[in-house]
Ligand binder design. Structure first.
Ligand SMILES: *[C@@H]1O[C@H](CO)[C@@H](O)[C@H](O)[C@H]1NC(C)=O
Ligand SMILES: *[C@@H]1O[C@H](CO)[C@@H](O)[C@H](O)[C@H]1NC(C)=O
Ligand SMILES: *[C@@H]1O[C@H](CO)[C@@H](O)[C@H](O)[C@H]1NC(C)=O
Length: 325
């Protein structure tokens, strides 16, 4: 056993304790939300077990901290047993903990960005020259596991983000389980200007983008009932002359009759812009997030007004949040 490491962590963890029923324990490697008087009742994968007469909840937290797989632990003071469980991002304390005075529970916070019960899984910044679709699927990029202290705060915000130079990608994308709802939002000038809320039950990291899963949106009911929309997809059409992703889009053929609810241009070129059939767009940088600024179809095309389409505007940021079941 790594005795030195064990006591070092114990000391660091002990220093940060606040004696209350709920503690936040901090160390350089991990942050836990600790609940005294609760045990875990979810079906979690146990990765280690320790029992010793002098075991305490603080030592149990230290063992969790030393185990790279640990995301949750609980400790019984009746038989001095410490159980270490694998991290599950869907773990929800209000549902998965049961009051029991003989137990103490800890859950790794791991830098997850949350807003109430919503967790940020992806945040794309416009015009930084990096593909959002490729970043979405790049499992080697996990900005929150371990949490990188140098990750720019501007790239986690939906206001005051002018200094942001990269996309944020959570490790939640790589363990897309127990997802209840998915919230896709677009932000312009520090304001959320458009959204689509999806039922994510039983989905994977690609299939949640689906017309049949829409619960509500900025464009409902027009979007939900639009018969001409192509199958909404993260990976839309990406070829040598155009690259259109995260698409809610319709009618290929004539650029000027094409319409969109939201569409991401993921490369420095689009054939409709090249042929001068769109109102001229600056596509010298990408990604560019477009959205319809009215309650129905929007368009970049020259015939936008005669077709009764709304203006397509550019958002600065796109973000995807999830709520667990
Ligand atoms: C310790 O006690 C709890 C009940 O309080 C029990 O669930 C657990 O199995 C016991 N552990 C051991 C190792 O006996
Ligand atoms: C807690 O442990 C005591 C024995 O130390 C036992 O009598 C009691 O029933 C336990 N409480 C619960 C809720 O299991
Ligand atoms: C995601 O789900 C869709 C539809 O159920 C399926 O076609 C696709 O193969 C799945 N993708 C992965 C990576 O499992």
């Amino acid at each position: 056993m790594a005795t030195r490491g064990y006591f070092t962590w114990n000391f660091l963890l002990g220093m940060a304790l606040v004696l209350d029923s709920v503690w936040i324990v901090s160390s350089r490697r991990a942050r836990y939300s600790v609940n005294k008087g609760f045990r875990i009742n979810a079906d979690l994968h146990q990765v280690a077990f320790f029992s010793a007469p002098k075991m305490t909840s603080i030592k149990c937290a230290a063992f969790c901290c030393l185990n790279s797989e640990c995301g949750h632990f609980h400790f019984s003071n009746v038989n001095n047993s410490c159980y270490i469980f694998k991290e599950e991002v869907w773990f929800t304390p209000s549902r998965d903990l049961t009051a029991d005075p003989n137990w103490t529970t800890g859950t790794l916070l791991n830098g997850l960005i949350r807003r109430g019960s919503w967790f940020l899984v992806f945040r794309g910044q416009g015009r930084i020259g990096v593909s959002v679709k490729e970043t979405w699927y790049d499992s080697s990029q996990q900005d929150d596991k371990p949490w990188r202290d140098d990750f720019p705060q501007a790239c986690l915000r939906i206001t005051d983000y002018s200094q942001c130079d990269r996309h944020f990608r959570s490790h939640i994308l790589d363990s897309w389980t127990n997802i209840g709802e998915v919230h896709f939002t677009l932000v312009k000038d520090d304001v959320e200007v458009a959204y689509i809320l999806f039922d994510g039950t039983g989905s994977n990291m690609s299939s949640w983008i689906n017309k049949n899963r829409i619960i509500s949106s900025t464009w409902s009911p027009a979007l939900d009932n639009d018969p001409d929309i192509h199958e909404p997809r993260i990976s839309g059409h990406c070829g040598h002359d155009s690259c259109r992703q995260f698409r809610f889009y319709g009618s290929y053929g004539f650029c000027y009759t094409d319409f969109l609810y939201t569409l991401t241009i993921d490369k420095v070129q689009d054939v409709c812009n090249e042929y001068g059939q769109w109102k001229p767009q600056d596509l010298n940088t990408f990604p560019v997030f477009y959205y319809s600024n009215g309650p129905g179809r929007g368009s970049l095309g020259l015939d936008q007004e005669s077709l009764g389409y709304y203006e397509a505007e550019e958002a600065d940021v796109m973000a995807v949040w999830v709520k667990f079941l």
